[in-house]
Ligand binder design. Structure first.
Ligand code: GLY
Length: 426
């Protein structure tokens, strides 16, 4: 089967790497891809939002299956567009992708279905939002309701920080139309984790647990990013907690969508906080997490294409996935200045040497081929991912591999996995 993967991040490199190992894949294309996906797929120069060109490529090249990685094309209806033309797709429809594309839509579904989450209000008027945070006090969380590349959330410990966040989102339009509405919610406390599930409308397959680290600096400090590292599994999630998450969160949300005539097919990602009162939802995403996908794909031993096709065909109940029992851990290297402004075009060395280490894979994200060189081309540049006998072992291997990689201004956190290691030693 000929497969087209849409996207060009570290998540897509990990998905391409895994899809390429499927015996059923006869040709793999990535649009637009990156130098990492080019190791296993043919990159085609079509952007993720160029729907007409994507459809034309699919039709002209006999593509049998399209896998959509990022949220932007999902939220804009790429699945619907391709399906209307008779193409088989992995990824939710535009209506279903609202679970990520509109945080207030997600809150409404959770409220209707009594899914545990933070108390929240939404505002389309900046003045009213500011008045609310002054009345409510800190700590408080301010979120742009729309898609903001993982950067639209501010955890505010002082009222003035919350007012500044509202100003930036609603008046300065830091995230464009994504900030026309803000969602303001109570700050919850506890360890975080990411639970990703395959959903085929009626069946739910919950994957192994994972956790990412969103703040830019060690000790979970500094501005929020798309994710600075991740590992799987996370020891804070037990088997019984995973079943609670499925019963109390995933099942009612999928049922609530069906009740609203929305079929969910693809990945449902629940970002959770494990509060003293049980797991509560921080956010939903309509796609694989980045960088959670990197350790998850390192651990997945089954054929990814088979499970994705089962989702598209509504046959997820026939699938049972095998996972490597060893943990995997990914460390993300970023450009100097990220998540703010950063330079591009800086030569990267050491990727091949790091890749050559046993049980290590370098998944590329913001990179570009320039002549013979690979250069930086984004905020999050790459994720070094390693399997180990324990999280501490995976961490050691990932950092040994990271030591071999260099580009000017390279930044990475030195403590990815620290909570899991501390938890394990309790
Ligand atoms: N790692 C968080 C996300 O993918 O949104």
């Amino acid at each position: 089967m000929k497969v087209l993967l849409v996207g060009n991040g570290g998540r897509e490199h990990a998905l391409a790497w895994k899809l390429a190992s499927s015996p059923r894949v006869t040709a793999l294309y990535a649009a637009p891809g990156n130098p990492g996906t080019a190791q296993v797929a043919d990159n085609i120069p079509i952007g993720v939002m160029e729907f007409d060109k994507l459809l034309k490529f699919v039709k002209e090249n006999g593509i049998g299956f399209v896998v959509i990685g990022p949220e932007d094309p999902l939220a804009a209806g790429l699945t619907d567009r391709l399906q209307a033309a008779g193409v088989k797709v992995f990824g939710p429809s535009k209506a279903a992708a609202q679970i990520e594309g509109d945080k207030w839509f997600a809150k409404e579904i959770m409220r209707q279905q009594a899914v545990p989450t933070a108390e929240a209000r939404s505002f389309t008027d900046a003045g009213a939002a500011e008045e609310f945070v002054r009345m409510r006090g800190a700590p408080i969380v301010v979120k742009a309701a729309g898609l903001a590349k993982g950067k639209g959330v501010s955890v505010c410990y002082r009222v003035e920080e919350a007012v500044a966040a509202i100003h930036s989102i609603m008046r300065d339009k830091a995230f464009g139309d994504a900030g026309a509405r803000v969602v303001i919610e109570e700050k919850m406390n506890g360890p975080e984790c990411s639970i990703l599930a395959f959903i085929d409308r009626k069946n739910i397959y919950v994957m192994e647990s994972a956790q990412d680290h969103k703040p830019i600096d060690d000790g979970d400090t500094g501005p929020m990013t798309g994710g600075m590292g991740a590992y799987s599994p996370t020891p804070v999630i037990t088997e019984s907690l995973l079943r609670d998450v499925e019963r109390q969160i995933l099942v009612p949300v999928v049922d609530g969508l069906i009740r609203d005539d929305i079929e969910y097919r693809g990945i449902l990602y629940a970002g959770l906080m494990l509060t003293p009162n049980g797991p509560r939802v921080l956010e939903f995403n309509c796609r694989f997490g980045d960088p959670e996908t990197q350790p998850l794909m390192m651990r997945l031993q089954s054929d990814l294409l088979e499970v994705m096709l089962a989702v598209a065909d509504g046959k997820l109940d026939k699938v049972n996935l095998k996972w490597d029992p060893r943990p995997a851990l990914a460390v993300v290297a970023t450009s100097k200045g990220y998540p703010g402004k950063y330079p591009s075009g800086l030569p990267i060395s050491g990727i091949d040497q790091a890749d050559a280490l046993p049980n290590v894979k370098v998944f590329q994200a913001g990179t570009k081929q320039q002549g013979k060189e690979i250069v930086t081309d984004g905020g999050r540049v790459l994720a070094v991912t390693a399997l180990g006998h324990t999280i501490a072992d995976a961490q050691k291997r990932a950092y040994q591999a990271m030591d071999l990689i260099h580009f000017d201004g390279m930044h990475y956190r030195k403590d990815i996995g620290h909570q899991a290691i501390a938890f394990g030693s309790k």
